[in-house]
Ligand binder design. Structure first.
Ligand code: AP5
Length: 302
């Protein structure tokens, strides 16, 4: 069970151990908030950036277990910023459907944006497809601007965003850092390779609703849906192995950027159980932000 440990000081720190990685009696060590500034309205972040008082971030503890979301970061609860990462077919899209439904965030999937370019027959789409067919990352010249422009749209700014499959390399993460675009939480779905291959091969998509199905784990509800399902061009056993290789070449460098806000989830479990873990983590991030906002408001009123 994930638990929440709160320090008794006026600024509290929450830890969320991954249920899959810790026994139920595990007592996580807490990261203590380390103010770098006496200012009430601006605090220095772990990475050296500064943020306003609605965007507090905690300095990570070097002694905390790596499998925890070390801290609850920032947050204006109205505009939660979430990144979700994981190997091909780890369940990112599936979890995004559930997160979006509950939290109303704008789902931005780098893979979907690229497939839209392909479907529209653009030059970017034509070039992207060549790389996608080889299981390689599409070059930054195409992807970085595409994602950045989508992130900066008013709906994402207003409702918060859920960034799926981006960044996937150190250079993409740095491009976001340079724009001061940072997540409140970086969710990592941890799934074994054998399961990934099975999920890829059995995945089907509904072109009408955009819903993701799996022939075994998430079959279509009726015959009408079943007959119109399609398969992605890169969803073969051969191609997923190439995509996995690309994933493992890049994943560590991306994780290193978001270590302080990383929340690892056991993605081998059924999708409802995976979502329960994520839901708990997101709720904690929001609760903590609300608590911080209330404390700030009370402090200012005095
Ligand atoms: P992208 O479209 O992002 O593909 P991916 O990362 O390989 O991930 P998938 O979409 O395949 O899987 P998913 O994790 O969303 O799993 P899903 O929920 O569908 O990228 C495609 C390509 O575009 C890349 O290879 C690259 O070329 C390019 N690209 C993308 N981003 C890029 C970037 N940033 N830079 C450069 N190039 C980029 O689930 C899979 C299946 O499993 C489904 O059938 C589902 O029903 C089932 N399932 C899900 N969860 C569970 C569960 N818990 N239990 C049982 N079944 C489950």
């Amino acid at each position: 069970m994930a638990s929440l440990n709160i320090f008794s000081s006026s600024l509290a720190v929450a830890l969320l151990p991954s249920p899959s990685l810790f026994p139920s009696n595990h007592k996580p060590r807490a990261a203590r908030y380390t103010p770098h500034s006496a200012s009430k309205t601006s605090l220095r972040l772990a990475n050296g950036h500064r943020r306003g008082n609605s965007e507090l971030r905690w300095k990570p503890s070097s002694t905390s277990p790596t499998a925890t979301l070390q801290v609850v970061a920032l947050v204006n609860p109205k505009s939660l910023k979430v990144m979700i990462s994981g190997a091909p077919a780890s369940g990112k899209g599936t979890q995004c459907e559930l997160i979006k439904e509950k939290y109303g965030l704008v789902h931005i999937s780098a893979g979907d944006l690229l497939r839209e370019e392909i479907a529209a027959g653009t030059e970017n789409g034509r070039q992207a497809k060549e790389f996608m067919e080889k299981g390689m990352l599409v070059p930054n010249e195409i992807v970085v601007t595409m994602v950045k422009e989508r992130l900066l749209q008013p709906d994402a700014e207003k409702h918060g965003w859920l960034l799926d499959g981006y960044p996937r390399s150190l250079s993409q993460a740095m491009a976001l850092e340079n724009l001061s675009i940072q997540p409140d939480i970086f969710i990592v779905l941890d799934v074994s390779d054998e399961i990934l291959v099975e999920r890829v091969v059995g995945r089907r998509l509904d072109p009408v609703t955009g819903r993701i199905y799996h022939l075994k784990y998430s079959p279509p509800e009726n015959e009408e849906v079943a007959t119109r399902l399609t398969q992605r061009f890169d969803d073969t056993e051969e191609k997923v192995k190439l995509r996995l290789q690309t994933h493992y070449q890049n994943v560590e460098s991306v994780l290193s950027i978001y270590e302080a806000v990383t929340f690892k989830v056991n993605g081998n479990a059924p999708k409802e159980d995976v979502f329960a873990q994520i839901d708990k983590a997101l709720s904690s991030v929001i609760d903590k932000a609300t608590e911080i906002d209330s404390s700030s408001a009370a402090g200012m009123a005095q």
